[in-house]
Ligand binder design. Structure first.
Ligand code: MRU
Length: 349
C-alpha cells in the first residue's frame, strides 16, 4: 500500500503528492512550519491525512515550545497558526486541538514540557494508526451497501493517499474488490488540480483495481451510458444535519446521481463530523488562487486577464445523500437524529 507519511526519528516524512504520478519524492519535516506549508500547497492533502500530519506537526511544535518560558501559551499560538493552513477540512483542527488539549492537561498536572513531548508523540502515532483501522472498518460497512457487480463513480481522491492508508471512499472500493463485488470504478479527473486523475487512478492502478478515467464534465453522461449503480466520495466536513463539504464538483455529481436514481454515499470517519455546526451553511469554504484554473503546472490554459472563481469545495445538501458510511456503520436519514446518536456512540474516541 502507498505510504502517505511516516514518522521517523522525530521527523515527519511526507510523500509529495503534487509530483504524482510522475515522480515519487519525499519531504522531510523537522519544523511544524514546514508541515503547515505542505498542507497549504497540497503536498499532503485529503482530510484525514491533513489531520494526521497536523498531529505530528504539533509534536514538532511542542518540541520547539519546550525551550520557551511559556510552553502552553507558545504551543497554543503555534496551533492557531497551523490550523489556518486550510480552512475546510475539519480534521486539521480536530487533531491539532486534541494534541493541544493533552499538552495543557499534562502541564496542569505539573508534568515538565520535556516529559510532555513524548506523550504527544504517542497520541500523534495513535491518530495515525487509528485512521487506518477505522478506514478498514468503514470499508467493511461500505462494501455491504454496494450493489453486486458494482460500477462506482468517485470524485477527487479519498484513498490511501488522502488518509494514513486504505482510504475512505477508496477503502469502500478496496473492500468491495476484496469480496468480489466490484466491476469498475469511474474516476472524475477533478479539476483544477486533478486529484482524481493523478491520485485516484494512480493508486487504483497500483492495486490492480479496474479504473476508467473521465473528465468532470462527463460524469452525468457516464452515469447514463455506463450503468453506474453507485457513487462513493469522501468528505472534508460534515455538519450535524448531514450536509457535507467535499471537493468542488461533488455537489454536481450528487445532483446528477439523483436525476439518474443512483445512490450517492459519503464515506468519512467521525473525525470529519463537525458537531459544533448545525448545517452546511456554516462550513468555511476555502477559495484558492485563480492561477490554479488558468494554468496547470507551468502550462498556461486561459487568458491572463480573465477573472476566476476558485472554491476548493462545495456542500452537498443532506437530501441528496443516501447514507454516510462511518467506522461505526452507515448513518442514514433522519440525519439530525442519527448523527446525534453517532456522536454519543463515538464519545470515547
Ligand atoms: O483539496 P484536497 O485534495 O485536500 O481535497 C480532498 C477531498 O476533497 C477529499 O475527498 C476529502 O478530503 C476526503 S479524503 C478521505
Amino acid at each position: 500500500m502507498i505510504e502517505t507519511m511516516r514518522w521517523e526519528d522525530g521527523k515527519l516524512i511526507l510523500l509529495d503528492q503534487t509530483k504524482l504520478p510522475l515522480t515519487t519524492e519525499f519531504i522531510e519535516c523537522t519544523d511544524y512550519r514546514r508541515v503547515r506549508v505542505a498542507i497549504k500547497i497540497l503536498e499532503v492533502r485529503g482530510a484525514p491525512a491533513i489531520g494526521a500530519a497536523a498531529g505530528f506537526a504539533m509534536v514538532l511544535a511542542a518540541k520547539e515550545a519546550s525551550n520557551r518560558p511559556d510552553f502552553v501559551g507558545t504551543l497554543d499560538k503555534m496551533r492557531a497558526d497551523l490550523i489556518t493552513a486550510r480552512p475546510t477540512a475539519v480534521n486539521l483542527e480536530w487533531a491539532a486541538n486534541k494534541l493541544y488539549a493533552l499538552a495543557k492537561k499534562l502541564n496542569q498536572e505539573d508534568m515538565r514540557p520535556r516529559e510532555i513531548v513524548p506523550e504527544l508523540e504517542k497520541l500523534a502515532i495513535k491518530i495515525y494508526n487509528d485512521d487506518i483501522e477505522k478506514n478498514k472498518r468503514m470499508g467493511k460497512y461500505g462494501a455491504e451497501v454496494l450493489p453486486d457487480e458494482a460500477i462506482v463513480l468517485t470524485h477527487c481522491n479519498a484513498g490511501a493517499l488522502a488518509t494514513c492508508g486504505y482510504g475512505t471512499a477508496l477503502g469502500v472500493i478496496r473492500a468491495a474488490q476484496e469480496c468480489g463485488k466490484l466491476k469498475m470504478v469511474y474516476s472524475d479527473e477533478t479539476r483544477p488540480l486533478l486529484q482524481g486523475a493523478r491520485l485516484t487512478a494512480y493508486e487504483l492502478c497500483e492495486d490492480n483495481i479496474p479504473v476508467t478515467c473521465i473528465t468532470d464534465g462527463m460524469a452525468a453522461w457516464t452515469m447514463k451510458q455506463k450503468g453506474i449503480n453507485c457513487v462513493v466520495v469522501g468528505a472534508d466536513r460534515i455538519a450535524s444535519n448531514g450536509d457535507t463539504a467535499n471537493k468542488i464538483g461533488t455537489y454536481g455529481v450528487a445532483l446528477a446521481a439523483k436525476a439518474h436514481g443512483i445512490p450517492f454515499y459519503i464515506a468519512a470517519p467521525v473525525s470529519t463530523f463537525d458537531f459544533s455546526i448545525q448545517t452546511g451553511e456554516e462550513i468555511p469554504i476555502e477559495e484558492r488562487k485563480g492561477e490554479e484554473i488558468k494554468q496547470f503546472r507551468s502550462e498556461i490554459t486561459a487568458p491572463k486577464k480573465a477573472l476566476t472563481f476558485n472554491p476548493a469545495f462545495d456542500v452537498t445538501p443532506n437530501e441528496l445523500i443516501a447514507g454516510i458510511i462511518t467506522e461505526y456503520g452507515v448513518v442514514r436519514a433522519p440525519y439530525i437524529e442519527n448523527i446525534q446518536k453517532l456522536k454519543e456512540m463515538s464519545k470515547e474516541d
